[in-house]
Design a protein around this ligand. Structure first.
Ligand code: PGA
Ligand code: ZN
Length: 435
């Protein structure tokens, strides 16, 4: 018989930027408990589901989440407590129906996601199985589909995650030429330390940005890429064969709607159009082992995106983050219009785990790769590590190799890999890219 939800409550806690966020605790009728925290973005997509905040300037500069806490305690608890549900999908569905709005505006996506995450953890406790199995089963997959993801590590931060004048938000290294996740993690970490030493020698700041990457005041985006390539080589790794590069340009954050141009410095100009930005990416692609470009163009520049995909889609992973906002309807449009070839998966962009997994399955069916991702405002919650493994999607983006909220996910992945080995099985490392 399905277990019922015996208690549910929410509390206001802090995220990695010192901004309040929601934590939810849920108990099932067999006594199993689940607890989870909700992340929060800075460079948000226009169409993301609503993050409910109090707006009361007297508390946390308006960023409190007591309304969401109250929603959990009152209406959501009334709907869920004492009831049994067949599975997580049924819980999500029930709350989505009760909310009844397109972008979860009534309860807030943070409220609904908090419950969804906590319920998943409670199921894992109840079944005495690792959380990744819950996701694996929910997606209709099997043990053969489990894999350890290739990490996309954001070791140099710019854009709205730093205040150093670099337009590109994330300069990532992708350690793909390794036998295991732990080896890939070690290699990436060594590069991170070599980059730190090099920045120090050049008298640049080694303070870190929101996602734990360095945020030096460099001259240009190209200089950032050059320094990372040097660090890879200095660490003793083969650039392109073992470790490649990825960018999250987050171009919506510097798209100038009035001028219909991107405020991006290139070839002496201070702004460029979509075509020029595509040419910039092509020039990088020729010079560096750049395997993945996220949000290369603005979230509303669908024509530009189609051109970008025609130009670079065969050779390069083109990831839609703000463009698709983890929602099926935008991914469907992308599939129809042949835009992008991969999707970034952020659970709070859509606001429930079931919908997140549906989007991933839709992508899989149409040859779009999924990259499970954190947000720039994170917590010590480790759910996304299990989502990456259980879905076998092959890639995770969870920041740099510093700051506890980033290393929490990497450390959980180490536990998952090691735990399987200890039980005599092996979850294979997914080599998302080959040289
Ligand atoms: P965000 O950044 O969480 O601030 O949106 C991450 C990203 O753009 O991928
Ligand atoms: Zn992004």
């Amino acid at each position: 018989m399905a277990l019922s939800i015996s208690s549910l409550f929410g509390r206001e806690v802090l995220d990695s930027r010192g901004t309040p966020t929601l934590e939810v605790e849920l108990q099932l009728s067999d006594g199993s408990r689940g607890r989870a925290m909700v992340p929060s973005g800075a460079s948000k997509g226009e169409h993301e589901a609503l993050e409910l905040r109090d707006g009361d300037p007297k508390r946390y500069l308006g960023k409190g989440v007591l309304k969401a806490v109250r929603n959990i305690q009152d209406e959501v608890a009334r709907i869920l407590v004492g009831k049994s549900f067949a599975d997580l999908k049924a819980v999500d569905h029930c709350l989505i129906q009760a909310d009844g709005t397109d972008q979860k505006k009534k309860f807030g996506a943070n409220t609904i996601l908090g419950v969804s995450l906590a319920y998943a953890h409670a199921l894992s406790a109840s079944q005495k199985r690792e959380l990744y199995w819950i996701f694996n089963e929910m997606m209709g997959l099997s043990s053969k589909d489990l894999s350890m993801p290739t990490p996309l590590m954001n070791i140099l931060n710019g854009g709205v995650h730093a205040n150093n004048g670099l337009e590109i938000q994330e300069f990532m290294i992708v350690p793909h030429g390794f036998e295991s996740f732990s080896e890939a993690l070690r290699a990436g970490t060594e590069v991170f330390h070599h980059l730190k030493n090099r920045l120090h020698d050049l008298h640049y700041s080694t303070a870190v940005g929101d996602e734990g990457g360095f945020a030096p005041n460099l001259e240009s985006n190209e200089q950032a890429i050059e320094l990372i390539c040097e660090a890879i080589t200095k660490a003793g790794y083969h650039l392109g064969k073992q470790i490649s590069l990825a960018l999250d340009v987050a171009s919506s954050s510097f798209f100038n709607k009035e001028k219909v141009l991107y405020d991006f410095r290139w070839k002496g100009a201070s702004s460029v159009n979509s075509q020029e930005l595509i040419e910039f990416y092509e020039s990088l692609r020729k010079k560096y082992p750049l395997v993945s470009i996220e949000d290369g163009l603005d979230e509303n520049d669908w024509n530009g995106w189609a051109k970008l995909t025609q130009t670079l889609g065969k050779s390069t992973q083109l990831v839609g983050d703000d463009l698709f906002v983890t929602q099926k309807k935008y991914l469907e449009k992308g599939i129809r219009e042949k835009v992008g070839n991969a999707i970034l998966i952020k659970v709070n962009q859509v606001g429930s785990l079931s919908e997140t997994m549906e989007t991933m399955l839709l992508g899989k069916k149409h040859g779009y790769r999924s990259i499970v991702s954190h947000r720039s405002g994170e917590t010590e919650d480790i759910t996304i590590a299990h989502l990456a493994v259980g879905s076998g999607c092959g890639q995770i983006k969870t920041g740099s190799l510093s700051r506890g909220e980033r290393t929490a996910k990497y450390n959980e992945l180490l536990r998952i890999e090691e735990g399987a080995l200890r039980r005599g099985t092996c979850i294979p490392f997914f080599r998302a890219f080959t040289a």
